[in-house]
Every structure is written in structure tokens, then in C-alpha cells.
Ligand binder design. Structure first.
Ligand code: 3PG
Length: 208
């Protein structure tokens, strides 16, 4: 599945950093019940690949990917664990080459116009804009819409219920990413109904 088709499945991609293995499947189920099917598991915890593997096999309605993928080795580990896509905070030529060779969808991160242009040259049309709020936020996306026509973004970093709708109203925003739909304290308390409610609210956000 191409990254643009995955991004079309939901307006928000939850960014999940899973500390306890046992949380992975119930957390994914709560988000999917709420209407968010595309899930990014960051490779920042020891059990991240195991969590990804469990979700891939036990939550068939989820389209699960790996986040914080920094190199070809991690991309391969994610693919073997069942990832349908990978997300990187920035990008290197080696990572882009590895993604093309593996056939796995990559959502590569950019923060500048030159970085975006380099990825357009490699055939990418959907990029993660990271860290969105720090790197210029809505103004940056509006400013690049004309010069980078045809390119779309998944802004991530600093996005929440207060600004997600504004990002999603932009024509060059395909979807947004964020951790707000799975707050740490709700996960720690195994408050899956709260997470389902947050997901349901996020899932109703409109795109142009
Ligand atoms: C991340 O890498 O943690 C994501 O950018 C999520 O950022 P957020 O916690 O600001 O949503």
C-alpha cells in the first residue's frame, strides 16, 4: 500500500511510544474502535518491535507502522515485525534507498524546502513535516504550498486538539500525527474508554 493511500484512511495518525508490552493490543483496539486505524509505534522503547508484531497479528483492522526509524537496519526490523509503513523524523539517502528497495512505504521527515526538494527528486509526494510547531507550523505549510505544488505533508510535533483542525484545513496537509490521542497517564491507567473517546473526536476532524 502506498503512503498516500495509508494517509487517506484517517485524518490523524496516533504516535505511540509503548512502555509496557501488555498495553499494545488493548491500546490499538481502543484507537481502532474510535476510528483511527493507522497507528505509528515509535522505535524508542525496548519492546517496540514486539508491540508492533502483536498489533500486526492481533488487530487486523489496524494499519500499523514503525516510527522514529533512523536507518536501513531499523527499517528492515520493522518490516519483519509486520510494519506496513515506516516514519522517520528526517531522512538520509541510505534510508530512502532502503525503503525503495524493500517496497515498504516510507513517510520521511523534512523541516526545510531543500530537504523536501531532495525527496521530490526521489519520487516522494507525501512528507512528514517535523517538528511542525517548532519549524514554522501553519505559516510554513501555507508559504510552501505554491512553490512546492503537488507535495503534501503530515505535520507532526506539537499538534493537539487545539490546532489539529487548522492544520487539516490546509490543502497541502494529508493528515496529522500526534501523541495526544493516547496520553501517558490514560495508558498507564489502562483507561481504554478515554482513549477511544479521544480517538473518536480526532477521527471526526475534517479534511478539505
Ligand atoms: C513524536 O515523535 O513524538 C511525535 O512528533 C509526536 O509529537 P507530539 O507528542 O508533539 O504529538
Amino acid at each position: 500500500m502506498e503512503m498516500s493511500a495509508i494517509a487517506a484512511l484517517a485524518p490523524v495518525i496516533p504516535v505511540l511510544t509503548i512502555e509496557r508490552q501488555a498495553d499494545a493490543v488493548p491500546l490499538a483496539r481502543a484507537l481502532v474502535r474510535g476510528g483511527l486505524r493507522v497507528l505509528e509505534i515509535t522505535l524508542r522503547t525496548g519492546g517496540a518491535l514486539e508491540a508492533l508484531r502483536a498489533i500486526a497479528s492481533e488487530v487486523p483492522d489496524a494499519v500499523v507502522g514503525a516510527g522514529t526509524v533512523l536507518n536501513a537496519r531499523q527499517l528492515d526490523q520493522a518490516r519483519q515485525a509486520g510494519a506496513r509503513f515506516v516514519v522517520s523524523p528526517g531522512c538520509t539517502p541510505a534510508l530512502a534507498t532502503a525503503a525503495s528497495a524493500s517496497g515498504l512505504a516510507l513517510l520521511p521527515g523534512v523541516q526545510t524546502v531543500s530537504e523536501a526538494m531532495a525527496l521530490v527528486e526521489r519520487g516522494f509526494t507525501l512528507l512528514k513535516f517535523f517538528p511542525a510547531e517548532t519549524a514554522g507550523g501553519l505559516d510554513w505549510l501555507k508559504a510552501v504550498a505554491a512553490p512546492l505544488a503537488g507535495l503534501r505533508f503530515c505535520p507532526t510535533g506539537g499538534i493537539g486538539p487545539g490546532n489539529a483542525a487548522s492544520y487539516l484545513s490546509l490543502a497541502n496537509v494529508a493528515c496529522v500525527g500526534g501523541s495526544w490521542v493516547a496520553p501517558k497517564d490514560a495508558v498507564a491507567a489502562e483507561d481504554w474508554p478515554q482513549i477511544e473517546r479521544l480517538a473518536a473526536a480526532a477521527a471526526t476532524l475534517k479534511r478539505p
